[in-house]
Structure formats: C-alpha cells, structure tokens
Write a protein of this length. Structure first.
Length: 121
C-alpha cells in the first residue's frame, strides 16, 4: 500500500518559502531534515503529509501540471490570512462563478487552491 509521504516544491529562496509555508500550514521543520538547499516541513501534530522544499532553479509552468488543494471551513478568513503572508490571488477566466475554490500563488508563484469544505447554506 502506498501513501503520499511528501509533496516536493522546487523553490528559489528556501528561507522565504520555509517561512511562508510554515505559517500558511502551521508546519514545522522535521528534525534532521534541513541542509543548505532542502528542508522537510511536517504538520506540528505529526499527522499528514510532509511538504518538502528543494532549492533548485526550475521553470514555472503556467498553468502548472500539479498544485495543492488546501481544505478549510473558513475560506474567506484563510484567503485573507494567506494574502497577508504574501500570497497573491490568481484570476482564471475559466473559473465558474459558483466554484468552491480560490486560486492563490505563493511568493514564488507556485499555485494552490483554497477549497471551501464548509457546509452549504
């Protein structure tokens, strides 16, 4: 049986991206995982997949072939919090008006969605 152990993002500025994703997800560095160009972040409570940051130049594909979907019951609050941390909103002309997600990008342009999983009114 397989499970997702870590999602790896290629980043330019390791310190900037560690600060953003740690604050965004309430993740902490996994002990012994840090070196000069790589770090593994994991949930503070230890439950869930890791997010590994690999300082390595790569071309950002638009649209990306893969992205994170982050689930929340407080979409508006989380979007505001993430924007304050340095995320930017991505406008996509094919997004339905009733879509349950908001597309954001981290400070280096890596896209992710904030998905509303709260109960419908």
């Amino acid at each position: 049986m397989l499970r997702v152990g870590s999602i790896v993002l290629r980043v330019k500025d390791l310190a900037l991206m560690e600060a953003f994703w740690s604050a965004a997800l309430d993740y902490v560095p996994r002990e012994g995982s840090r070196n000069h160009d790589f770090i593994v972040l994991h949930p503070r409570d230890g439950n869930g997949s890791n997010l590994s940051l690999d300082q390595h130049h790569s071309t950002l594909n638009i649209p990306p072939r893969i992205h994170l979907d982050l689930y929340t019951e407080d979409q508006a609050g989380e979007v505001a919090r993430l924007l304050a941390l340095g995320a930017t909103e991505v406008h996509w002309d094919k997004r339905r008006p009733d879509a349950d997600y908001v597309i954001l990008a981290d400070p280096e342009g890596n896209r992710f969605c904030v998905v509303d999983v709260g109960e419908a009114d």
